[in-house]
Design a protein around this ligand. Structure first.
Ligand code: ZN
Length: 182
Protein backbone atom coordinates (compact mmCIF):
# COMPACT_ATOMS: atom_id res chain seq x y z
CA UNK A 1 0.00 0.00 0.00
CA UNK A 2 2.61 2.48 1.04
CA UNK A 3 5.17 1.32 -1.52
CA UNK A 4 3.61 3.47 -4.23
CA UNK A 5 4.72 6.59 -2.37
CA UNK A 6 8.28 7.86 -2.61
CA UNK A 7 9.40 9.96 0.37
CA UNK A 8 11.74 11.97 -1.84
CA UNK A 9 8.98 12.93 -4.28
CA UNK A 10 5.77 12.60 -2.37
CA UNK A 11 2.41 13.47 -3.89
CA UNK A 12 1.06 14.90 -0.65
CA UNK A 13 -2.58 15.09 -1.71
CA UNK A 14 -2.68 11.50 -2.96
CA UNK A 15 -0.89 10.37 0.19
CA UNK A 16 -3.52 12.08 2.34
CA UNK A 17 -6.43 10.84 0.23
CA UNK A 18 -5.20 7.29 0.56
CA UNK A 19 -4.69 7.72 4.31
CA UNK A 20 -1.33 6.13 3.60
CA UNK A 21 1.68 5.75 5.87
CA UNK A 22 5.39 5.77 5.23
CA UNK A 23 8.17 5.06 7.66
CA UNK A 24 11.88 4.40 7.50
CA UNK A 25 15.05 3.92 9.44
CA UNK A 26 17.70 5.81 7.49
CA UNK A 27 21.40 6.22 8.08
CA UNK A 28 22.35 9.63 9.43
CA UNK A 29 24.85 9.88 6.54
CA UNK A 30 21.84 10.52 4.26
CA UNK A 31 21.12 13.71 6.23
CA UNK A 32 24.10 15.94 5.54
CA UNK A 33 22.90 19.03 7.40
CA UNK A 34 22.10 17.00 10.49
CA UNK A 35 25.37 15.08 10.31
CA UNK A 36 27.34 18.33 10.09
CA UNK A 37 26.01 19.21 13.56
CA UNK A 38 28.04 16.36 15.06
CA UNK A 39 31.27 17.54 13.47
CA UNK A 40 31.70 14.14 11.72
CA UNK A 41 31.01 11.14 13.95
CA UNK A 42 27.70 9.35 13.88
CA UNK A 43 27.28 8.68 10.15
CA UNK A 44 26.02 5.20 11.06
CA UNK A 45 23.43 6.48 13.56
CA UNK A 46 19.80 5.85 12.68
CA UNK A 47 17.22 8.47 11.82
CA UNK A 48 13.78 6.96 12.43
CA UNK A 49 10.66 8.60 11.10
CA UNK A 50 7.05 7.82 10.31
CA UNK A 51 4.48 9.85 8.39
CA UNK A 52 0.74 9.42 8.01
CA UNK A 53 -1.49 11.19 5.55
CA UNK A 54 -5.02 12.21 6.39
CA UNK A 55 -7.76 13.98 4.50
CA UNK A 56 -10.57 15.69 6.38
CA UNK A 57 -13.52 17.65 5.14
CA UNK A 58 -14.15 20.99 6.82
CA UNK A 59 -17.56 22.52 7.61
CA UNK A 60 -17.82 24.13 4.16
CA UNK A 61 -17.08 20.85 2.40
CA UNK A 62 -13.48 21.62 1.47
CA UNK A 63 -10.86 18.94 1.77
CA UNK A 64 -8.16 19.52 4.34
CA UNK A 65 -4.90 17.73 3.72
CA UNK A 66 -2.87 16.67 6.71
CA UNK A 67 0.46 15.01 7.27
CA UNK A 68 1.37 13.75 10.71
CA UNK A 69 5.05 13.22 11.34
CA UNK A 70 7.17 11.70 14.07
CA UNK A 71 10.95 11.53 13.85
CA UNK A 72 13.85 10.81 16.13
CA UNK A 73 17.62 10.48 16.21
CA UNK A 74 20.32 10.10 18.83
CA UNK A 75 23.16 12.44 17.92
CA UNK A 76 26.71 12.16 19.26
CA UNK A 77 27.35 15.74 20.39
CA UNK A 78 29.68 17.40 22.89
CA UNK A 79 28.29 18.25 26.30
CA UNK A 80 28.88 21.96 26.89
CA UNK A 81 29.07 21.51 30.65
CA UNK A 82 31.68 18.75 31.01
CA UNK A 83 32.90 18.85 27.38
CA UNK A 84 32.60 15.08 27.18
CA UNK A 85 30.76 13.16 24.47
CA UNK A 86 27.02 13.11 24.96
CA UNK A 87 24.35 11.24 23.04
CA UNK A 88 21.53 13.71 22.67
CA UNK A 89 18.13 12.27 21.81
CA UNK A 90 16.04 14.47 19.57
CA UNK A 91 12.39 13.54 19.04
CA UNK A 92 9.72 15.48 17.20
CA UNK A 93 6.00 15.03 16.65
CA UNK A 94 4.41 17.53 14.27
CA UNK A 95 1.20 18.04 12.36
CA UNK A 96 1.25 19.77 9.00
CA UNK A 97 -1.66 21.02 6.99
CA UNK A 98 -1.24 21.58 3.29
CA UNK A 99 -2.91 24.34 1.29
CA UNK A 100 -2.92 25.27 -2.39
CA UNK A 101 -0.80 28.41 -2.51
CA UNK A 102 2.17 30.06 -0.84
CA UNK A 103 0.09 33.14 0.01
CA UNK A 104 -2.55 31.01 1.70
CA UNK A 105 0.11 29.11 3.62
CA UNK A 106 1.72 32.32 4.87
CA UNK A 107 -1.60 33.82 5.90
CA UNK A 108 -2.84 30.72 7.71
CA UNK A 109 0.44 29.68 9.30
CA UNK A 110 0.30 32.83 11.45
CA UNK A 111 -2.85 31.86 13.29
CA UNK A 112 -2.91 28.07 12.98
CA UNK A 113 -1.54 25.83 15.69
CA UNK A 114 -0.25 23.41 13.11
CA UNK A 115 2.38 24.22 10.52
CA UNK A 116 0.88 25.16 7.18
CA UNK A 117 2.76 24.17 4.04
CA UNK A 118 2.11 24.34 0.32
CA UNK A 119 0.82 21.27 -1.52
CA UNK A 120 3.27 19.63 -3.82
CA UNK A 121 3.35 16.63 -6.10
CA UNK A 122 7.00 15.99 -5.38
CA UNK A 123 7.38 16.92 -1.75
CA UNK A 124 10.69 15.96 -0.13
CA UNK A 125 9.63 14.25 3.06
CA UNK A 126 13.21 13.55 4.14
CA UNK A 127 14.04 17.26 3.91
CA UNK A 128 11.08 17.96 6.18
CA UNK A 129 12.29 15.31 8.66
CA UNK A 130 15.74 16.91 8.61
CA UNK A 131 14.36 20.45 9.03
CA UNK A 132 12.27 19.44 12.01
CA UNK A 133 15.07 17.53 13.75
CA UNK A 134 17.47 20.45 13.19
CA UNK A 135 14.98 22.86 14.74
CA UNK A 136 14.51 20.57 17.72
CA UNK A 137 18.23 20.36 18.52
CA UNK A 138 19.15 21.90 21.88
CA UNK A 139 21.04 25.20 21.55
CA UNK A 140 23.43 24.06 24.25
CA UNK A 141 23.72 20.27 24.28
CA UNK A 142 24.31 18.89 27.78
CA UNK A 143 24.14 15.63 29.69
CA UNK A 144 21.12 15.49 31.95
CA UNK A 145 23.63 14.44 34.57
CA UNK A 146 27.29 14.68 33.63
CA UNK A 147 29.21 11.42 34.23
CA UNK A 148 32.07 13.23 36.01
CA UNK A 149 32.06 15.79 38.78
CA UNK A 150 33.06 18.72 36.59
CA UNK A 151 33.58 21.33 39.27
CA UNK A 152 35.80 19.09 41.38
CA UNK A 153 38.26 18.39 38.57
CA UNK A 154 39.94 21.77 39.00
CA UNK A 155 42.52 21.03 41.65
CA UNK A 156 45.92 22.32 40.67
CA UNK A 157 46.81 25.93 40.22
CA UNK A 158 48.33 25.58 36.76
CA UNK A 159 45.20 24.01 35.42
CA UNK A 160 43.08 26.66 37.05
CA UNK A 161 45.24 29.41 35.54
CA UNK A 162 44.93 27.81 32.13
CA UNK A 163 41.18 27.70 32.52
CA UNK A 164 41.08 31.39 33.40
CA UNK A 165 43.31 32.28 30.46
CA UNK A 166 40.97 30.51 28.08
CA UNK A 167 37.42 31.32 29.05
CA UNK A 168 34.92 28.83 27.71
CA UNK A 169 31.70 30.61 26.87
CA UNK A 170 29.58 27.51 27.22
CA UNK A 171 31.11 26.53 30.54
CA UNK A 172 30.39 30.06 31.76
CA UNK A 173 26.83 29.70 30.60
CA UNK A 174 26.46 26.41 32.43
CA UNK A 175 27.83 28.09 35.55
CA UNK A 176 25.32 30.90 35.30
CA UNK A 177 22.50 28.44 34.86
CA UNK A 178 23.28 26.51 38.01
CA UNK A 179 24.23 29.65 39.90
CA UNK A 180 27.72 28.33 40.59
CA UNK A 181 30.92 30.30 40.18
CA UNK A 182 33.35 28.84 37.67
ZN1 ZN B 1 28.29 16.57 30.54
Amino acid sequence: MSSEFDPRRLNVQAFAQAGATLSAVDLLSKYERLLSETGAPGADREVRWAARGEQQTDASGHARVWLHLTAGVSLPLTCQRCLGPADIDVEVTRDFRFVATEAQAEAEDEEAEEDVLVLSHDFDLRALVEDELLMALPLVPRHEACPTEVKLVVQDADFEAAQEAKPKPFAALAGLKTGQKS
